[in-house]
Design a binder for this molecule. Structure first.
Ligand code: AMP
Ligand code: ZN
Ligand code: FE
Ligand code: FE
Length: 291
C-alpha cells in the first residue's frame, strides 16, 4: 500500500545522505503529500526542507529525533511542530551535537585498537557539519573496505553490544518528553520495538507501562507503522496504542543509508488523518517555548 504521509526522515543535517532539498524532491516524486523531517538533535535542515517543499507543493512538518536512555534499553523520541526559535531547545540540541562529536572520536579510537583504521578527519568530512552519528563512521569503514554496507559495521563493531560501541550523555525518556512539551512540540515514541527485549506478553507489559508513564508527561503518540515492521508487529503496537489512546504515527526512517534492504519513503506510513490528530494536540499544549 502506498503511503502519502511519512513522519520519520533524516537528512545530511544528521546522518541521512540526502540534502533536505533532495530528500523533499524524492518524497514528492514518490507520491508523499505530508512529511516530517526528523533529524537527530538538529533543526538545521528545516528551512531548506520547507523552501523545497513549497516548490514541489507538499507539506513539511518541523520535527526532531532525540535519543534517551532508560535502564535496559534505548528510547527514541520524535517531536513534531517544533518551535525552532526556542533558545532552550537549541542549546540542548547543541550540547547533544557536541557530545556526539566527542563520542564519535572515541569510537574511532576504539576501532583503531581493534585494528580498524578510519581517520577522524574523514568521518568529519562525511558528516559535513551535520550531527555526527555512527552511520558516518560506518560509511568511512565502507570506504576503506572493512565492510560492504553500513549495516555490517553495526553488526560487527558499532551496535550497542559491539566491541567499538561508546554511549553518550542523554536525557531520560521523561526528561525528553518534558523538553519537547516545553518547546511546544508534540512528543511521539519512535520505533517502540527498539526498547523491547522480545515481543512476548512481558515485553508488551513493560512497554505499555513505560508509555503510560510518559503519557503523564505529555507523550501523544507512538510509531506503529515503521520501516520493515511486519503486519504482526503493526497489530501488536496498534493494540497498545488503542488501549492507551495514543496517536498511531509512523514513517520510513529513511536515511539513504546505502544498505541493500532500506525502506524507501512512501512505502510505509500512517493514514493522512494522523497529521490533523497531532495538530490538535499541538493546539492544546499549555505553553510554547521560544521568544
Ligand atoms: P547514533 O545516532 O550515532 O547513535 O546512531 C544511530 C543511527 O544509526 C540510527 O538512527 C540508524 O541510522 C543507525 N543504526 C542504528 N542501529 C543500526 C543497525 N543495527 N544497522 C544499521 N544502522 C543502524
Ligand atoms: Zn539515524
Ligand atoms: Fe531512531
Ligand atoms: Fe530515525
Amino acid at each position: 500500500m502506498k503511503a502519502t504521509v511519512d513522519l520519520h526522515l533524516h537528512t545530511t543535517m544528521s546522518d541521512g545522505r540526502l540534502s533536505p532539498t533532495d530528500l523533499v524532491r524524492l518524497c514528492a516524486e514518490r507520491g508523499l503529500r505530508q512529511i516530517a523531517i526528523t533529524d537527530h538533535d538538529s533543526l538545521e535542515g528545516l528551512p531548506e526542507a520547507q523552501a523545497a517543499a513549497a516548490d514541489v507543493g507538499i507539506d513539511v512538518i518541523a520535527g526532531v529525533e532525540l535519543g534517551a536512555d532508560e535502564k535496559g534499553g534505548e528510547v527514541h523520541l520524535l517531536g513534531y511542530f517544533v518551535n525552532a526559535d526556542d533558545p532552550e531547545l537549541s542549546s540542548t540540541l547543541a550540547d547533544f551535537r557536541d557530545g556526539r562529536t566527542s563520542r564519535g572520536r572515541k569510537i574511532v579510537e576504539r576501532l583503531a585498537e581493534l585494528d580498524v583504521h578510519v581517520s577522524w578527519e574523514r568521518v568529519l568530512e562525511i558528516s559535513d557539519g551535520g550531527a555526527v552519528g555512527r552511520p558516518h563512521i560506518a560509511q568511512a569503514m565502507v570506504e576503506k573496505g572493512y565492510v560492504q554496507y553500513p549495516k555490517e559495521a553495526f553488526d560487527q563493531y558499532l551496535g550497542r553490544s559491539g566491541p567499538a560501541y561508546v554511549g553518550r550523555e542523554r536525557l531520560t525518556p521523561t526528561e525528553g518528553v518534558a523538553a519537547l512539551v516545553r518547546n511546544g512540540a508534540v512528543p511521539v515514541m519512535a520505533h517502540p520495538t527498539y526498547y523491547m527485549g522480545g515481543e512476548g506478553p512481558e515485553d508488551v507489559a513493560r512497554l505499555t507501562e513505560m508509555l503510560a508513564g510518559l503519557q503523564q508527561v505529555g507523550l501523544a503518540g507512538m510509531e506503529v507503522h515503521y520501516g520493515d515492521y511486519s503486519p504482526r508487529q503493526v497489530d501488536m503496537l496498534a493494540e497498545i496504542a488503542c488501549e492507551l489512546g495514543l496517536i498511531q504515527c509512523g514513517g520510513s526512517d529513511y536515511h539513504a543509508s546505502g544498505n541493500p534492504d532500506e525502506t524507501e519513503p512512501g512505502t510505509v506510513g500512517p493514514p493522512p488523518g494522523v497529521v490533523d490528530a497531532l495538530q490538535d494536540v499541538k493546539g492544546r499544549l499549555p505553553r510554547q517555548g521560544g521568544v
